[in-house]
Design a binder for this molecule. Structure first.
Ligand code: GAR
Length: 192
């Protein structure tokens, strides 16, 4: 199963996937490419460390969505990798129907809350400020509805009285680092 990972940030979830692959925990899953819409994103530094090609792809002209020329660039560049699975690991852009149609059924997203609660930006902060006692993380199929596609799996994280936004974020990220590679391994096993 050829996996392409897209990310905009530090890449801790991409790193967790690559570590799982190194440890032989992805089964037939193989990360073949990392892409970022930010030239200086930490995720791109994982390429040389893990021996996986990593590249910036210009998302212009829009700032928060992948549309127009940028979308066409991403579709062509990713299609050239012949992916079986596209993993959005902190890719902070809204995907539009042409991109989703180009890779129908092959795109999954990681979100830092128990969807359908707290979609959109800053899922951890939203849950913390709302005062819920349980939050977590979700991996779901990507559809045109932002953060609204069918849920594949979730992990719950309890918010304790003593938690700060920082300690909560650390707990949610730890849950993400376990959940996302496990989901990918299951998808890889189901495909083969
Ligand atoms: C993760 O917490 C992921 O759930 C979140 O971005 C972070 C990426 O961290 N994604 C979203 O909020 C998507 N709406 P990372 O770059 O260290 O993997």
């Amino acid at each position: 199963m050829r996996i392409v990972i897209l990310g905009s940030g530090r890449g801790s979830n991409a790193e967790a996937i690559l570590q799982a692959q190194t440890a032989g925990r992805l089964g037939r899953g193989q990360v073949v490419q990392l892409f970022s819409d930010k030239a200086d994103a930490g995720i791109l530094a994982l390429g040389p460390r893990f021996g996986v090609p990593a590249a910036y792809v210009d998302p212009a002209p829009f700032r928060t969505k992948l549309d127009g020329e940028g979308e066409q660039r991403y579709i062509a560049t990713i299609a050239a990798c012949a992916p079986d699975l596209i993993v959005l690991a902190g890719f902070m852009r809204v995907l539009k129907p042409p991109f989703i149609a180009a890779f129908a059924g092959k795109i999954i997203n990681l979100h830092p809350s128990l969807l359908p609660s707290f979609p959109g930006l800053d899922g951890i902060g939203q849950a913390f400020r709302r005062g819920v006692k349980i939050t977590g993380c979700t991996v779901h199929h990507v559809t045109a509805e932002v953060d609204g596609g069918p849920i594949i799996d979730q992990t719950a994280v309890r918010i304790e009285e003593t938690d700060t936004l920082e300690t909560l974020a650390a707990k949610v990220h730890a849950a993400e680092h376990a959940l996302l590679p496990a989901v990918i391994a299951r998808l890889a096993a189901a495909q083969s």
